[in-house]
Design a protein around this ligand. Structure first.
Ligand code: FES
Length: 165
C-alpha cells in the first residue's frame, strides 16, 4: 500500500485531502485525548485549519464546533489561516528578550515588511512570536519550520533568510 504523505501538499485534490482527514479522524477518534493529535495531523494535510475543516472534524467527532475552535485558537502551533512556506518564530522569552530578541523582531519586520502574526504576500514567510523553547543558554533563538537557530544576531538573521529558497 502506498504510504500517505501527511505533509500539506498542493498536489492532493480537495477531495483527497478530505478523505485523508476522514481516515485520520477514524483512526484516532476512539482514543482518549486524541483531539490535539487529530488536529496536528490534519494541519499536516491541509497546511492550516480553516473553519470548514474544523466543522468537518466536529461533525465526524460528534463534538460542538466551539470545542474544536477552542483548541485551535488556544495553542499557538495551530493556525486557522494559511501559513507561508517558512514559518519564522522569534523567541521573546526572558533570556532571548534580554539578549536581543527585540532587535531580531525589529530586523525581521524590516526584512519581510510584515508584522508578527502576518504572512508575506508571496506566501513565502509567516512571522510569529513564541515563548521559551529551552535554548535560553544560547539566546536569542529563532525557529524556522522545525529547525532551531541559536545566538542569532540581526546580521546573521538576514543571511539565514537569504539562504532560504
Ligand atoms: S527564552 Fe528564548 S529559548 Fe528560552
Amino acid at each position: 500500500m502506498r504510504k500517505k504523505n501527511l505533509c500539506h501538499c498542493s498536489s492532493e485534490t480537495e477531495e483527497e485531502k478530505l478523505k485523508l482527514i476522514d481516515q485520520i479522524v477514524d483512526n484516532y477518534k476512539n482514543k482518549e485525548g486524541s483531539l490535539i493529535q487529530i488536529l496536528h495531523l490534519v494541519q499536516g494535510v491541509y497546511g492550516y485549519l480553516p473553519l470548514k475543516v474544523q466543522e468537518h472534524i466536529a461533525k465526524k467527532l460528534n463534538k460542538p464546533l466551539s470545542e474544536i475552535y477552542g483548541v485551535t485558537t488556544f495553542y499557538s502551533f495551530f493556525s486557522t489561516k494559511p501559513r507561508g512556506k517558512y514559518t519564522i518564530r522569534v523567541c521573546l522569552g526572558t533570556a532571548c528578550y534580554v539578549r536581543g530578541g527585540k532587535k531580531i523582531v525589529e530586523r525581521l519586520k524590516d526584512i519581510l515588511s510584515i508584522e508578527p502574526g502576518e504572512t508575506t504576500a508571496d506566501g513565502k514567510f509567516t512571522f510569529e512570536i513564541m515563548r521559551c523553547i529551552g535554548a535560553c543558554g544560547l539566546a536569542p533563538a529563532i525557529t524556522i519550520n522545525d529547525r532551531v537557530y541559536k545566538q542569532v544576531s540581526p546580521d546573521r538573521l538576514k543571511q539565514i533568510i537569504s539562504n532560504l529558497s
